[in-house]
Design a protein around this ligand. Sequence first.
Ligand SMILES: *Cc1c(COP(=O)(O)O)cnc(C)c1O
Length: 396
Amino acid sequence: MFSIMKDAIRETVSNLKQQGTYKEERIIKTPQASLIETDLNGQVLNFCSNNYLGLADNREVIEAAKKAMDEYGFGLSSVRFICGTQTLHKKLEREVSRFLGTEDTILFSSAFDANGGLFEPLLSTEDVIISDTLNHASIIDGIRLCKAGRERYAHSDMEDLERILKNNGNKRYRLIATDGVFSMDGDIADLKNICILAEKYDALVMVDDSHATGYIGASGRGTPEYWGVEGKVDIITTTFGKALGGASGGCVSGRKEIIEILRQKSRPYLFSNTLAPAVAGGVLKAIELTSANQSLTDAPLENARIFKSAVKQAGFKIVEGDTAIVPVMLYDEATAVKMADMLLKEGIYVIGFTYPVVPKGMARIRVQFSAIHRKEDVEKLISAFTRIGKELKVIH
Ligand SMILES: *Cc1c(COP(=O)(O)O)cnc(C)c1O
């Protein structure tokens, strides 16, 4: 049997390579940081990680993880409800709730699992989930695993959302699901108006704040804080795999009744292993550092602002947004790929995104900023962008 499958897989792979969408892994020999050592390109300045607060190789986070491992061991060999819950896990759930300003929190091995296990226990055939078209794959998969009706509204289009809410007035529950920050455009969901519509049409609101938790909002508590709608968002899902140390793990946080039923019924929680103690300990430290240090949470946005104003002045088009993700638009697919390659040769690691990851003719280079980028790193990035942009005749 396998020989038939083998031929089919080989053909699929060769098609991917032809279309230029085959994914190669770049090997890094150092911890995740601002300056990293790669096997093929030597030392490069890293502007493509989600390490927004630079905590991935932070000494205090590493020490806290080591201490947690010394005190609580390497693993639990269990799911949470059998014998996988330590004081450390309960402490992390309390701290996440305190940080996000929610009633309760349930940990998952990843945000992907959090979204995968969220919808099915809460909603069924008499309900509807209304989802932004650009939502993360894990939200889409979570919705697929649930029996509720599915509707999609055009990206951040409040008129379209309202139309769908109106049409679904007969449903038992309506749930609006959105990313807090969208990773390809670096824009923030219009939570303020989403919450107004939710109130008007009696809907629940769910936000996946994976790209926001830790640095968006006045004190880094995410997009509900940014819009001042804390308490109106019923469900927040987020990851510990980005700003909060970048190791792994995620959670659902929000109304306590919702969290309680997830502990009873959410399948990735019931049937997948508990978060490793070292990860829980490290994340606790990451939250402590984030809570205590306003200049840390401000820094990635400050770096992004410096870059945005410089490249706009140089003549580049960017997608406007108030986040640490800055897409520089090149539109032409080949130019985006070429420019990312040339930047890498100059020791600057950024990613070019082309069709089908983004729509045709909307190719771009996505730049992501971190608190650990120094002013001179950002300057180096700006001058390389400007120089190569001129060479490729993107700017004059
Ligand atoms: C990164 C991301 C995830 C997945 O997070 P993991 O913890 O790595 O599984 C889920 N949702 C969104 C919006 C993300 O950006």
